[in-house]
Ligand binder design. Structure first.
Ligand code: SAM
Length: 277
């Protein structure tokens, strides 16, 4: 157990934030599914008995991980009680936790801070975290904690943003502000560009590390961003450093892009890594 202050999650846990995560889950399911298919392919000789999804939010990645790995059991770990309630409701809509008939059989959730060791989960063959490390101020320490949840031969699979920009001035300004906000909280928007180095610093074996370019749909990205802006614009760092009129203009610009204003593409790359003990 460490006594560091809890990390600030700047993107919120409100119903709007949950809606944003649902949109994000749809948009990013293909690259994450592809990563899991390449790095944790279903293998009868190496079945996944237990998978863990850290920072699981309302459970979109947990269900994806469970289906993609064919895990017998999957545990989502999340700090937000609000998101966990949604995740559990999704399960109960298809049955009861651990007993649904929608492909989520064996999925359960636990409320915990994923940076606090030891994690309250059984040893796992796969520990997965998407877009969580970017919100943590002590990523190497976090990786050590996560590695502590691996069973013998287990794999830690990470998926994070490595770069995010656009030549469009509205999107460029938005990404600059998010990067500043993260930096203010000791976090890094582009942490995905150094997952291998972070894994090595945590004393882990880097089985795989890569940065993969992809161009997400610009209107869908702007729709996500405007929801996020309306959350993090209330962060004291932003209210103290940015003119509200600028934020209003940014909001209006993002709405226009979300509605289809032609603009320069979003240039994004995603970092991926598989780490082992
Ligand atoms: C950007 S969301 C990603 C959700 C999901 N993994 C996905 O990719 O759709 C980050 C999630 O991590 C959670 N989170 C942030 N810090 C956490 C911590 N220290 N422990 C557990 N969960 C945390 C947030 O509440 C949020 O649900």
């Amino acid at each position: 157990m460490n006594d560091r202050a809890a990390d600030v999650y700047t993107f919120g846990t409100t119903p709007d934030a949950a809606h944003r995560l649902a949109l994000l889950a749809d948009l990013f399911a293909p690259p994450t599914r592809d990563l899991l298919a390449r790095c944790v392919p279903p293998d009868a000789a190496r079945p996944v008995r237990h998978a863990v999804d850290l920072g699981c939010g309302p459970g979109h990645t947990t269900r994806l991980l469970h289906a993609a790995t064919g895990a017998a059991r999957t545990t989502g770990v999340e700090r937000s009680a609000e998101f966990l309630a949604l995740a559990r409701r999704e399960l109960s809509d298809g049955g009861s936790e651990g007993g649904s008939d929608d492909g989520s059989d064996g999925v359960t959730y636990v409320e915990a801070d994923a940076t606090r060791a030891p994690l309250p989960v059984d040893p796992a063959d796969v520990v997965h975290a998407r877009f969580l490390l970017t919100h943590l101020a002590a990523p190497v320490e976090a990786l050590r904690t996560w590695a502590g949840a691996l069973a013998d031969g287990g794999r830690l699979v990470l998926h994070e943003v490595a770069a995010l920009d656009s030549a469009d001035p509205v999107l460029h300004r938005y990404y600059g502000l998010v990067a500043d906000l993260q930096r203010h909280h000791g976090q890094a928007l582009d942490i995905g560009d150094r997952l291998g180095a972070l894994g090595a610093a945590a004393g882990l074996t880097v089985e795989h590390a890569a940065v993969v370019a992809w161009q997400p749909d610009t209107a869908r990205m702007a729709a996500l961003h405007v929801i996020n802006l309306r959350t993090w614009r209330h962060d004291p760092y932003i209210t103290g450093s940015t003119d509200p009129a600028d934020l209003d203009a940014l909001d209006a610009g993002l709405v226009e892009i979300a509605r289809g204003r032609p603009c320069a593409p979003v240039e994004q790359s995603l970092g991926e890594a598989v780490l082992t003990l």
